[in-house]
Design a protein around this ligand. Sequence first.
Ligand SMILES: [Ca+2]
Ligand SMILES: [Ca+2]
Length: 378
Amino acid sequence: MDNEIDNDDMKRSATAEEPKACCAAQRNAAFSAEPQAAEAKQTAVVDCSGLHASYQSNSDADSPHSSAVAEAARNLLADAGLLPSEDSIVRPPATEHFVRLQGGAFWMGTEDAEAFPADGEGPMRQVTVDAFAISPYAVTNEDFARFVAATGYVTEAERFDWSYVFHLLASENVTAAAIGSPVSTPWWLAVQGAFWLQPEGPDSSIAVRMNHPVVHISWNDALAYCDWAGLRLPTESEWEFAARGGLERKRYPWGDLLKPDEEHRCNIWQGKFPVKNNASDGYIGTAPVNTYQSNGYGLYNVSGNVWEWCADWFTANPAERGPAVNPRGPQAGAERTMKGGSYLCHKSYCNRYRVGARSKNTPDSSTGNIGFRCVKDV
Ligand SMILES: [Ca+2]
Ligand SMILES: [Ca+2]
């Protein structure tokens, strides 16, 4: 894949069509990870007139689209040797390897000098969570392929018929065909036909990325997967308890230094955002879910790689967070909480791969850097 585009291409995408209101007006509206633009709401991102029809035709689990994607998912699994041919029923992935955590009290949030107070990262407070078990890994393309092969589930990226692809990951053809870009985050291309099976658009494939985190997954999609697998999303406090790996009041899941012994511990961005990614950590996009060292609890890539949905509605108001024991966030809201940052995070731009950092997005939003991780009750 050609990951480089010249500056003229950048400018073209930056001045793409004026946003217009549409059925997806709120979709991705909250997506603005840039600290200085965090309060700038984008009301709409693409002209989706003409997309309503595809929403209808793609939304039915018995539609030809659904059948074709389910078959493609099954073929991917079979080609990768991940689907025993004698087993015609595709089952949820095993969960024996989930890490059982006994819970307890921990220091949640941060007042770190690098924190974004407007995100509601602080104040640091004692929170207690009950025991639970969590996956060491984000849900993979393999996992999600099993879900779709078994159920024919159609994601929201497919129903809306577009999702956000980072510009340096899109081919020239996909870039040229992009249907729009947010004004304040022009590095996101709204790409028709971008979804989990083809994360960079119609000319891309996950065939050699079955062990990478699934992306273009909305919060609603993540919940559907959890329902099928008998799992659930972590609350934000569970996620942060697990991500801290038993360390107290540290900036990262492994300590306070980003690169102890000059060793990369997470998949973020090196270079100049958003034009030059040196990828000195080994990855310009997603990395396999078991890359780098795990944290003290055996969890991989809580920081970086992909943002991970949490169960909670988002609030930056400490008074709305709920009790200090098993908090579940506000009763209602417009956006769901995300944790951990992604392969696009950089200190200069989105320093949210710190373990106390947080972000949010509407439950129907999807991008090429949002995935999820599951927990189960014990
Ligand atoms: Ca990277
Ligand atoms: Ca992550």
